[in-house]
Design a protein around this ligand. Structure first.
Ligand SMILES: [Zn+2]
Length: 225
């Protein structure tokens, strides 16, 4: 028997089942549908509801910060690599394009060590792309600042300073390019007018894919570390 957590009636024709991120079941139903009919639909869809609940609670639990456990998925440039804890490594942290290796004695400082590692990658990768793209677009900026913002991927200061959070290097390269392009276009157009989006689309016609990617995955990435 599936429990309905909430029924929202509105001026609609069909019944819709919505599983919330905490696994609760909400039902949207027509104004005059009766409770027994809703119950019947819900029980009919029991298998589907159960599997959605499992999937969503799994995704939801994945929004926890890194635990730095053996085999944990570590994000870098839109992919994940397993974390391997090593007993005989001199270095604190190593990335070999297959996995992240961390020495056991460094484990207590893992959040700090990983933050530093991401920051370094961000400075290098974002720095390189800003240079290339600003040249391509013919715009000049003052300087790049790598921040640890959790609320935004990038911003453009009044004096032409471009700010990017180091968390951006967890995202795929096309997304990084989109965020950089977005901020570079802000050098000329400060707002999010139609003109602004046209300017972005001129360089990255498929920029909406990246916007969507950030909408779906952004929050999770921001909370990892
Ligand atoms: Zn903007």
């Amino acid at each position: 028997m599936i429990k309905i957590d909430r029924i929202i009636r509105s001026n609609r024709k069909t019944v819709a089942l919505i599983i919330q991120s905490d696994g609760s079941l909400w039902v949207r139903a027509p104004l005059r549908s009766d409770r027994r009919e809703i119950e019947r639909i819900v029980q009919e869809k029991a298998d589907w509801i159960q599997s959605r609940k499992r999937k969503i609670t799994l995704e939801y639990s994945a929004t926890r910060p890194y635990q730095f456990k053996e085999g944990e998925a570590i994000y870098y440039l839109g992919a994940t690599y397993p974390l391997v804890i090593s007993d005989e490594m001199g270095n604190y942290l190593k990335f070999d394009a297959q996995r992240f290796l961390i020495s056991r004695q460094a484990l207590p400082y893992a959040p700090h060590i990983f933050t530093r590692w991401y920051r370094r990658q961000a400075r290098e990768i974002i720095g390189r792309r800003v240079e290339a793209l600003s040249e391509l677009y013919g715009c000049s900026y003052h300087r790049i600042r790598i921040t640890s913002a959790r609320s935004r991927w990038g911003s453009c200061g009044a004096k032409g300073t471009l700010n990017f959070t180091w968390r951006l290097v967890m995202a795929p390269s096309p997304v990084i390019d989109y965020v950089i392009t977005h901020e570079l276009m802000h050098l000329k157009i400060k707002n999010h007018s139609k003109e602004f989006w046209r300017a972005v689309a001129m360089w990255i016609p498929e920029y909406k894919n990246s916007k969507n990617w950030l909408r779906i995955n952004g929050q999770r990435l921001m909370q990892l570390l």
